[in-house]
Design a protein around this ligand. Structure first.
Ligand SMILES: [Zn+2]
Length: 330
């Protein structure tokens, strides 16, 4: 089921001309969903103003991830998570344990894309390229993409989805029309989450911890973040209980701790917390300076969190740092 705010934005984009869209905005607003909805409409055999029909052979081919005229450019970890097949060679290398799935968009995948862009379309509706998250291209892959953006061979259209457009090459940004993702209304987001089978009180609590971003609510919920777990996080950190983080990846843990730190800074400056209820925050006498320094260290950790030398050790280090900041006397 397409979320209503994604359907609305699909209509808006289809009403405009554009062969390359950059869909940007903070995480959790549905960049990937919008990009997929857009490329589906481009390739659909009976599209309407609303978008793809959902039942023609082309729509079906996208649903089962085998459309010959759609190239999906993603980090391998992301492809596996979203159910897209890897190239035979990549899958074989990973199966044979020659390497781990890549967390960046690989140069090899970009080479396949250059070939794809030069091929004739198989279904007569042109071709489409979906890139997500577009900020996961290194300079080499970004420059290769730029070449195909500048000289699109035949009828290729591009949907680049990003949660960090400032990390993209300016030349790529300037080659695309930009659309900034719209925030859903609170009540339509709640209704959509309920439609995904989430109970109302859980959805309400997680909307708060996700800062109002419905896709992040689903991500949190599948990562095992429950309202109870969230409510207990501040105290667990103050007590130095690293086990509380054990189900999370380092980057998920850093995200949660940044939200905790953010709320403590707000409270210390006399403002209402955003991600936690005031009653869930522990008494703590850390100064804004102490908290700000903690936040800076979390940002540094976020840079290495994708490739931690040891995830367990990293979670312990994060917990120790959190405990020290939360119990600092300043
Ligand atoms: Zn269709």
């Amino acid at each position: 089921m397409t979320a209503p705010w994604i359907a609305r934005q699909t209509r808006q984009l289809l009403a405009q001309r554009g062969h390359a869209w950059l869909l940007q905005g903070p995480s959790g607003l549905g960049q990937y969903e919008l990009a997929l909805s857009l490329v589906s409409a481009w390739l659909c055999e009976q599209p309407t103003e609303q978008g793809a029909c959902g039942h023609c052979p082309s729509c079906h081919a996208i649903e089962v991830r085998t459309h010959a005229d759609l190239a999906v450019l993603m980090p391998e970890t992301q492809m596996l998570e979203l159910g897209w097949p890897l190239s035979e060679k990549a899958q074989a290398d990973i199966d044979d344990k020659k390497r781990k799935p890549s967390k960046d968009i690989r140069v090899e995948a970009m080479r396949d894309l250059v070939e794809f862009a030069q091929r004739t379309d198989a279904r007569g509706r042109g071709k489409a390229v979906l890139v997500f998250p577009a900020e996961r291209m290194n300079t080499v892959t970004a420059n290769a993409l730029l070449k195909t953006l500048e000289e699109p061979a035949g009828d290729v259209r591009f949907a680049l989805a990003t949660e960090a457009s400032h990390q993209l090459l300016p030349t790529i940004r300037s080659r695309c029309q930009t659309h900034t993702l719209a925030w859903p209304q609170q009540d339509e987001a709640m209704a959509w989450l309920a439609g995904q089978g989430m109970e109302m009180p859980v959805a309400q609590a997680l909307m708060r911890s996700a800062g109002g971003r419905p896709s992040d609510v689903l991500r949190q919920s599948s990562a095992g973040i429950s309202p109870g777990w969230w409510a207990a996080l501040p105290k667990a950190m103050q007590q130095g209980d690293a086990a509380h983080l054990s189900e999370l990846s380092p980057s998920q843990a850093i995200d949660a701790l940044q939200k905790l730190c953010h709320d403590l800074v707000l409270r210390a400056s006399g403002a209402e917390p955003r991600f936690f209820m005031a009653s869930q925050l522990p008494a703590c006498s850390a100064s804004v300076d102490t908290l700000t320094n903690w936040f800076k260290r979390l940002m540094q950790s976020a840079r290495t969190a994708e490739h931690p030398f040891n995830a367990g050790l990293m979670l312990e280090a994060l917990t120790n740092d959190a405990q020290q900041s939360l119990t600092a006397r300043t």
